[in-house]
Write a protein that binds this ligand. Structure first.
Ligand SMILES: Cc1cc2nc3c(=O)[nH]c(=O)nc-3n(C[C@H](O)[C@H](O)[C@H](O)COP(=O)(O)OP(=O)(O)OC[C@H]3O[C@@H](n4cnc5c(N)ncnc54)[C@H](O)[C@@H]3O)c2cc1C
Length: 452
């Protein structure tokens, strides 16, 4: 096989899917390729979007309450390039672990690791010995992570906690809410390696990485609209309301047909459950098998409005023993103090509940904290049944070599090699797909590979 650079000229690239992975891929390609982005929905944003239809009197309703951390470097950098001023779009808080029914601590404003050490030791709801035990567990996880990165096997978090003799209290008050919130996976299935990757990059490395950023407005206005405008300003043609049906490989011609449009290369940035239907019939069966092996979990967000301001003491409050795991107090974010957004990870464990049943359960959670709270005047429940894939230790990496040899690249939160399915994973995966595409384009034409 001869390897030679292509003649000058930019590839014509289709990006299919306008979630965060697709937007990040399109931005990374802009200026180096002629990019067209196709999005099936009326709006961009994918699984992080505003539900525009009927806000039912609420300040706003997103499909889910999204929380970022300071370690979301690529996500935050993309927002900054799009002109989103952090101070306008987010409230940035130091890492705050405020279990309303238990342990409470806040990272100290000190460099790592002192932010965590002094934060935990200064916390409430745990005896001194329990606090030092939690710090020892963190240390053990760091050491385990180092060994695992040098080739050690991954295990599920439940097993890791058992092996390290972690008490019931810390499982309930810390590890379970942490794992459910960051991996949307149960302890018995969750990958300890991915959890440790999150902690290494998000908590242990730098204090600022552990900061929590909560959007003050709706996702559409705060993030999606500015990023969409920015991407278009870079020359990307964006077609919303355009669902792509098929990809066809055009033999030797070095073209890929995206429905009736020919492109030189394609980035498929749709959710994993939409990938299979799009791909060319020649795709090897192990690809579909790897997709079929992914397991999905739901996240439910319950929005409640009360007739009076809620006395929630922090912007984000955890419940170790509630239906909801996290309560977001809109008043503390500069919004309506009568509104709260309650997050229920792994919400499929409760079966199918009606809007009223969800409202009753979350209201019950709040009544345990504030027994005199009147009933809510309005409530709205949004369940995303396939919110994220589970992050399991036995996950088979999605085989991408054949697709890549055909000029088709995958992007999406499920592709990231280190992180659970998050916005940062989506953005990084889009950027990685764009980088691989450009590197290949500069090396050799796909038609040449196809002839081999
Ligand atoms: C309720 C909820 C809460 C969450 N909370 C957080 C959080 O707090 N922090 C965090 O970091 N992450 C959170 N996440 C995860 C985060 O939203 C996702 O990881 C991220 O949005 C995935 O982006 P993506 O681009 O990979 O995929 P998607 O957002 O799914 O984007 C794929 C896009 O492709 C489009 N599409 C599909 N098929 C086609 C087709 N044939 N043609 C054209 N377009 C097509 C879809 O319409 C969609 O817009 C949450 C997710 C949910 C659902």
């Amino acid at each position: 096989m001869s390897i030679h650079p292509l003649p000058a000229g930019q590839p014509k690239v289709a990006v299919i899917g306008g979630g965060w992975a697709g937007l990040a891929a399109a931005e990374a390609l802009a200026g180096q390729a002629e990019v067209t982005l196709f999005e099936a929905g009326k709006t961009l944003g994918g699984r992080a979007r505003t539900v525009a239809a009927d806000s039912n009197g609420f300040d706003f309703l997103d499909n889910g309450q999204h929380l970022l951390v300071g370690a979301y470097r690529q996500c935050l950098a993309l927002l900054a390039r799009a002109g989103v001023a952090e101070a306008d779009a987010f409230v940035r808080l130091p890492l705050t672990w405020h279990m309303a029914d238990g342990v409470q601590f806040q990272a100290a404003r000190l460099p790592s690791p002192w932010h965590l050490l002094l934060g935990v030791l200064g916390g409430k709801g745990a005896a001194w010995g329990e606090k030092t035990a939690l710090l020892r567990q963190m240390r053990a996880l760091q050491q385990w992570h180092r060994r695992q990165q040098q080739g050690g096997a991954d295990v599920d978090v439940a097993q890791w906690l058992r092996q390290h003799g972690v008490s019931q209290k810390w499982q309930q008050q810390f590890w379970q809410p942490l794992v459910w919130g960051s991996l949307n996976t149960d302890l018995g299935q969750a990958s300890t390696a991915r959890l440790a990757n999150v902690l290494a990059d998000g908590v242990w490395r730098e204090r600022a990485h552990s900061d929590m950023l909560i959007a003050t407005g709706d996702l559409q206005q705060s993030w999606v609209a500015p990023v969409a405008a920015w991407v278009q300003k870079q020359g990307v043609a964006v077609h919303t309301g355009t669902r792509i049906g098929t990809l066809r490989l055009a033999g030797e011609s070095d073209q890929i047909w995206v429905d009736e449009h020919p492109f030189a290369r394609v980035i498929v940035a749709v959710a994993p459950y939409h990938v299979g239907a799009l791909l060319p019939p020649q795709t090897p069966p192990e690809f579909q098998a790897a997709l079929n092996a992914l397991c999905y979990r739901a996240i439910t967000t319950v929005y409640l409005r009360y007739p009076q301001a809620l006395p929630l003491p922090h912007a984000i409050i955890g419940l170790a023993n509630g239906t909801a795991q996290w309560l977001i107090a809109r008043g503390a974010l500069g919004g309506n103090a009568q509104e709260v957004a309650a997050v229920v990870s792994l919400s499929d464990q409760y079966g199918t509940l009606s809007n009223e049943e969800w409202i009753a359960r979350v209201h019950q959670d709040l009544l345990r904290l504030y027994p005199h709270l009147p009933p809510p005047v309005a409530g709205r429940t949004i369940t995303e049944k396939r919110a994220t894939i589970e992050s399991r230790p036995d996950m088979t990496p999605i085989p991408q070599a054949w697709l890549r040899s055909q000029g088709v690249y995958l992007a999406g939160d499920y592709i990231h090699p280190r992180y659970p399915a998050t916005l940062e994973a989506a953005v990084q995966s889009g950027q990685m797909a764009a980088a691989a595409l450009l590197a290949d384009w500069q090396q050799r034409p796909v038609a040449e590979i196809k002839r081999l």
